[in-house]
Design a protein around this ligand. Structure first.
Ligand code: SF4
Length: 390
């Protein structure tokens, strides 16, 4: 049985691991285990060393039984985050480059079947957007693109990165999945972090929501972070789209993936993002049965912090201002601010469709001011590419 599973996931050790544990499919066992967690189990998990990971510890912290312990979890998480990161929050801005897409993700307004006027930015247009972002104080930029290989080529990214390097100390990308060689090319060009969401670790759910295009291959998607790490990428971002499947089980699979990467690739730093499904043009969120409440999102963030002391925890403007203001005190280490999720949105050169609706629409200066009022230091720059050069 194990041999057959291994053959099916050849080349992807994380795929094998998820299949063997039952977190990739047939998750009934884990569902039962979650329901069996007792208050004593949660208290034992809270008494063990904060920041250390075991799947049993995380199971206790994401269980329904832990809902009564969120306040204690918050206190531990706050202490641990201050110990490891100080009272600082990194700020970044996303730059959307294209909304042409060959995939059919059923939850996304950019999917290939959606009818709207699509936009892709030329390098010059992207630089004009970046100028606005830099003028707001940002030194950390995230390049975002849908799967548009025809125009968003390697040459495009390498030239754009080369021209952004003088203005931004850290450039990351959230683009279509690439090969290890392509990630190495991005890294050489100055893009030092990549985020690739698995969206859901549940194989059947993945197939249901990814009905066409290259992204519909679950196993290929799962291999992406290994390829980034082999290419030497400094930051690897992981996450699921919260709302597609049971968040407690997704948190377990996500943590197993992170643990697997941390053990194998010491040179890369792993971070987690927490995108919740948001209303988007031509997407009806009513049909999603696993949407999280604010309290559940907080529990998930705290549980992951208490198992991964050094992981970056990232929260975008998808989330409402009040919740973000609360979470920056409890474990989040990186925030976007003033985001536009449509290509051309910063310079106002067009009214392109947004990928999702932003909830926190405060300006970067207002977000920085909120942080200072809470005794936190907004960090616009915490890295210089010179640090990683021999
Ligand atoms: S989630 Fe990404 S890959 Fe999927 S349709 Fe939207 S833009 Fe394309």
């Amino acid at each position: 049985m194990t041999t057959r599973i291994a053959e099916r996931h050849a080349g992807s050790q994380i795929g094998t691991l998820l299949a063997e544990t039952g977190l990739g499919a047939d998750r009934d066992l884990w569902q039962r285990r979650l329901e069996q967690v007792t208050a004593e189990d949660v208290e034992a998990a809270l008494q063990s060393k904060p920041g250390s990971y075991s799947i049993d510890r995380l199971l206790a912290l994401v269980s329904p039984a832990a809902e009564d312990y969120v306040e204690q979890m918050a206190q531990q998480s706050q202490r641990l985050t201050i110990q490891r990161f100080g009272r600082t929050i990194r700020l970044y801005a996303p730059l959307y480059l294209s909304n042409y897409c060959v995939n059919s993700c059923q939850y996304c307004g950019f999917n290939r079947d959606s009818k709207f006027d699509r936009v892709r930015l030329t390098i010059e247009q992207a630089l004009a957007e970046a100028d606005v972002i830099a003028s707001e104080g940002f030194s950390d930029i995230l390049l975002v693109s849908s799967e548009d290989r025809e125009s968003m080529t390697m040459e495009y990214f390498t030239e754009l990165a080369a021209r952004l390097r003088g203005k931004f100390s850290f450039i990351a990308a959230e683009v279509y999945q690439m090969t290890s060689d392509e990630y190495a090319t991005l890294f050489a060009a100055g893009i030092e972090g990549v985020t690739l969401y698995q969206e859901t670790y549940n194989r059947d759910t993945y197939s249901r929501y990814h009905t066409g295009g290259p992204k519909s291959d679950y196993d290929m998607r799962l291999r992406g972070p290994d390829d980034m790490a082999r290419a030497g990428m400094r930051e690897i971002g992981l996450g699921v789209l919260l709302g597609l499947a049971n968040w407690r089980l997704e948190a377990l699979a996500l943590a197993e993936h992170a643990h697997y990467l941390i053990r194998r690739y010491w040179q890369s730093h792993v971070s987690f993002s927490f995108p919740r499904l948001r209303p988007a043009p031509q997407v009806d969120t009513v049909k999603f049965k696993h949407l999280l409440s604010d309290r559940e999102l907080v529990q998930m963030i705290l549980a992951l912090r208490l198992c991964f002391a050094d992981a970056g925890l990232v929260l975008s403007t998808r989330e409402p201002a009040g919740l973000r203001d609360h979470l920056v005190r409890l474990g989040i280490t990186k925030l976007s601010a003033g985001s536009r999720t449509n290509p051309g949105g910063y310079s106002g050169r067009g009214k392109a469709t947004e990928q999702f609706r932003v909830d926190d629409s405060r300006t970067p200066a207002q977000v920085a001011s909120m942080l200072r009022k809470q005794g936190l230091e907004p960090i616009w720059k915490d890295w210089d590419r010179g640090f990683s050069q021999p």
